[in-house]
Ligand binder design. Structure first.
Ligand code: XLS
Ligand code: NI
Ligand code: NI
Length: 439
């Protein structure tokens, strides 16, 4: 297929004063921030589904994004043209990674055998395009939610045949992720949840979910897939209650079923906010528990109650996210997957570039600010001082585990009036603003 994104060359860094919508203002891939380049810190990936397969459909309206690669009538030819266009887009954007679901890249056939054959054709093409361009696979996953067979879930379906089909699908997805050198494999619990407890055996569903994940771990071992396994929490949508509600509930699930050493978390901004948390909260919770593996970078609309998957543009949020990521020592082998889409009304081809550029810039800016914040130690110093009472005396005994209730009572009985100190939230917010405005 001939060039699709005509008139657009490789996107360049032009600096903060540029007015060119097709240039980076802050993301300068080779620029060092601390001891790593921006590209190494950020490890951006393009999400195949939103950018190449999505067409702007919503519950009230048809596709608005009629793409040149949708022209061929044969689904496999369409998939090939789409993939060639995808690699043209990603090369021009200068991104190092992409992510896909099995069903994004290849159409389903009449049966599983035929579907797998289609996948093989597309994996061969992907392999060749990856070699030609140097673009790598951050993670693969299986779409276990779109087809009507998954109406009641996949691994948590009430129907054992569906469990088996889902297993076959993940088996194949693991094989192709390995084949393409994928650095991670993601489980987002598609329809793993329920609509009403009136018809649900929650206990069996959760046990089965764990059985499924154990089988995946075993199979990865068997075929020598050494990528990181990730679970992506999300509280609602499509089911009313998703089992992988948030970072903390997934942590509990992993511990209960002995899966904690095999999985980390893929934290998505819009999923955290749907759970009633900030993005930073779930990143932080994952980090302090050694579970922060990768990130789905996007943003939601706080006035709406669903996963709007917007391009991340809010530099306050990206700064606090990068603060957590830097404190985590980075994300590798994970990265920042742009699990986001341009709005339905932004249906022109260059909108795809502009959406990614503004998002990459927001994270690059956030990275620079977060690095300076961390270097200054201003926030960390404040928090350290705030908890200083646990570093000596009775506080140290509590932390060391040498104090008991009787001792603490004796201490409390002779204690003078307690004095507390201000939490100084506004002072801290003013520090963040100072760094944000300085850039
Ligand atoms: C949906 C999820 C999905 C996963 C991959 O809300 O974010 O896109 O990232 O299955
Ligand atoms: Ni996601
Ligand atoms: Ni999402």
């Amino acid at each position: 297929m001939s060039e699709v994104f005509k008139g657009i060359d490789r996107i360049k860094y032009e600096g903060p004063d540029s007015r060119n919508p097709l240039a980076f203002k802050h993301y300068n891939a080779d620029e060092l921030v601390g001891d790593r380049t921006m590209a190494d810190h950020l490890r951006f990936a393009v999400a195949y589904w939103h950018t190449f397969t999505g067409k702007g459909v919503d519950p009230f309206g048809a596709a608005t994004m009629i793409r040149p690669w949708d022209q061929p009538s044969n689904p496999l030819d369409q998939a090939k043209e789409r993939m060639i266009a995808a690699f043209e887009f990603m090369s021009k954007l200068g991104v190092q990674y992409f992510c896909f679901h099995d069903r994004d890249i290849a159409p389903e056939g009449e049966n599983l055998r035929e579907t797998n054959k289609n996948l093989d054709v597309m994996v061969d093409l992907a392999k060749q395009l990856m070699e030609d361009t140097g673009i790598k696979l951050l993670w693969g996953t299986a779409n276990l939610f779109n087809h009507p067979r998954y109406v009641h879930g996949a691994a948590t379906s009430c129907n054992a045949d569906v469990f088996a089909y889902a297993a076959a699908q993940v088996k194949k997805a693991l094989e192709i992720t390995k084949e393409l050198g994928g650095e991670n494999y993601v489980f987002w619990g598609g329809r793993e949840g329920y609509e009403t407890l009136l018809n649900t055996n929650m206990q069996l569903e959760l046990d089965n979910f764990a059985r499924f994940l154990h089988m995946a771990v075993d199979y990865a071992k068997e075929i020598g897939f050494t990528g990181q396994f990730l679970i992506e929490p999300k509280p609602k949508e499509p089911t009313k209650h998703q089992y992988d509600f948030d970072a903390a509930s997934v942590h509990g699930f992993l511990l209960k079923y002995g899966l904690e050493e095999h999985f980390k978390l893929n934290i998505e901004a819009n999923h955290a906010t749907l759970a009633g948390h900030t993005f930073q909260h779930d990143l932080h919770y994952a980090r302090i528990n050694g579970l922060l593996g990768s990130v789905d970078a996007n943003q939601g609309d706080l006035l709406l109650g669903w996963d709007t998957d917007q391009m991340p543009t809010d530099i306050y949020t990206t700064t606090l996210a990068m603060y957590e990521i830097l404190k985590n020592g980075g994300l590798q082998p994970g990265g920042l997957n742009f699990d986001c889409k341009v709005r339905r009304g932004s249906f022109e081809l260059d909108d795809l570039f502009i959406g990614h550029i503004v998002g990459f810039d927001a994270f690059a800016y956030g990275l620079k600010v977060a690095h300076k914040l961390l270097q200054s130690g201003e926030l960390e110093q404040f928090v350290e001082n705030r908890y200083a009472s646990y570093t000596s005396g009775i506080g140290k005994q509590i932390v060391d585990g040498t104090a008991d209730f009787k001792q603490l009572e004796a201490y409390a009985l002779q204690m003078p009036e307690i004095t507390n100190q201000s939490g100084r939230q506004e002072v801290l917010e003013s520090i963040i603003n100072r760094y944000l405005l300085q850039g």
